[in-house]
Design a protein around this ligand. Structure first.
Ligand code: F6P
Length: 376
């Protein structure tokens, strides 16, 4: 029997769907059938707090009483697929931060813990680190997760559907109060520089206007649409705006000064700005709501539980086949894999031509081409 060890790490912003993936990695890797059929026996170690756990692996503290590396088994993870966030914890630590390069420590610890493979559940930043480790000889397999759905090569990233459900539910709640008061609500969604959450959240909730970072908007046009809608009988309006959306000729709105370990700004504030513009431009009562981290919270929806399961199982398949350096993907209805290096630094933006109605500032109202094929 060949014995081997797998490490699991979750990095970047948390979201629903990560815990189901961890559960199914553990269950698949520890499945006795692997021993029977392939002659392999795995041990699985959970690495706490993302890459930070591989830097400070020995330290103990109130929240890491046993240190950052913890053995996982089926009993421990049995109920994890019901919970949001990540039971392993996460951080935005970048071991390759040029101001404080700790990558040697990470490499040394991977060696010290005898990790034959590292399964990394993350978005662009976390997977970027994974890619650099691959170049230094580490056997990595990636799992895509981010509510932003901004990774290329995959039609799905864990956490996205649960976040859409949150957006839809919150907007349902806003509708009753908006209707009672004849108000306009401007709802700000996350998503950094991509508009998937705003677009598909707005589509799911039937928003009147949807503004995305991929298409700069005119405040004059927003006001004109609102006034037109009122004339046509609308009692209230829901406008969804992505945190990274910009008015024409303007810049994105930033909530806090400074950059994180991966060089990102903290976006936010566009909803407030727009609510003021609408109120001043139309005289209609307008309020703003920032959904913020609520979109990352809550229990995973059924889809995220299922996709977490499939991605987790597929990641172990790659490890068993020693097909390292890949990220599991969901493409055209199939679970597949692609080289991790293809995923990095190429954000998956909304294609305005196929997905966005620039006249109505909303999702498209025609989906099929003349030959009956879908436009996207
Ligand atoms: O990438 C996920 C995300 O939720 C973005 O949509 C958002 O801009 C960012 O993370 C917020 O980061 P933090 O959790 O560090 O505030």
């Amino acid at each position: 029997m060949r014995r081997s060890r797998i490490g699991i790490l979750t990095g970047g912003g948390d979201c629903a769907g990560i815990n189901p993936a961890i559960k199914w990695i553990v269950k698949t890797a520890l499945d006795e059938r692997l021993g029977r059929e392939k002659g392999i026996q795995y041990e699985v170690l959970g690495i706490r707090d993302g890459w930070r756990g591989l830097i400070y692996e020995k330290s103990v503290g109130p929240d890491v009483p046993r240190g950052y590396i913890v053995p996982l088994n089926e009993e421990i993870v049995r109920t994890w697929d019901r919970y949001g966030g990540t039971m392993l914890g996460t951080s935005r630590t970048n071991p390759y931060n040029p101001q404080n390069d700790q990558s040697k420590t990470v490499l040394a610890n991977i060696e010290k813990f005898g990790l034959e493979a590292l399964i990394v559940i993350g978005g662009d930043d976390t997977l970027q680190v994974a890619c650099r480790l691959i170049q230094q000889g580490v056997n990595v397999v990636g799992i895509p997760k981010t509510i932003d759905k901004d990774l290329p090569e995959t039609d799905y990233t864990l956490g996205f559907e649960t976040a859409l459900n949150v957006i839809t539910e919150e907007i349902d709640r806003l509708r009753t109060t908006a209707g009672s008061h004849k108000r306009i609500f401007v709802v700000e969604t996350m998503g950094r520089n991509t508009g998937w959450l705003a677009l598909e959240g707005g589509e799911s909730s039937g928003a009147f206007i949807i503004l995305i970072p991929e298409y700069d908007f005119s405040t004059g046009k927003v006001n004109a649409l609102v006034v037109e809608g009122r004339k046509a009988g609308a009692r209230y309006d829901i406008i969804v705006v992505a945190e990274g959306a910009k008015p024409m000729g303007g810049l994105e709105f930033v909530r806090e000064e400074g950059l994180d370990d991966f060089g990102h700004k903290t976006l936010g504030g566009i909803a407030d700005f727009l609510a003021r513009e609408i109120s001043n431009g139309t005289g209609l009562e307008t309020r703003s709501v920032v959904l913020s981290h609520l979109q990352r919270g809550g229990a995973p929806c059924a889809y995220d539980r299922r996709m977490g399961r499939y991605f987790g199982i597929a990641a172990v398949d790659l490890v068993v086949m020693k097909d390292f350096g890949k990220m599991v993907c969901y493409r055209n209805g199939k679970i597949t894999a692609c080289p991790l290096e293809k995923v990095i630094g190429k954000p998956n933006f909304v294609n305005v031509e196929t997905r966005y109605d620039t006249e109505r500032y909303n999702g498209r109202r025609t989906l099929l081409r003349h030959d009956g094929e879908q436009r996207f």
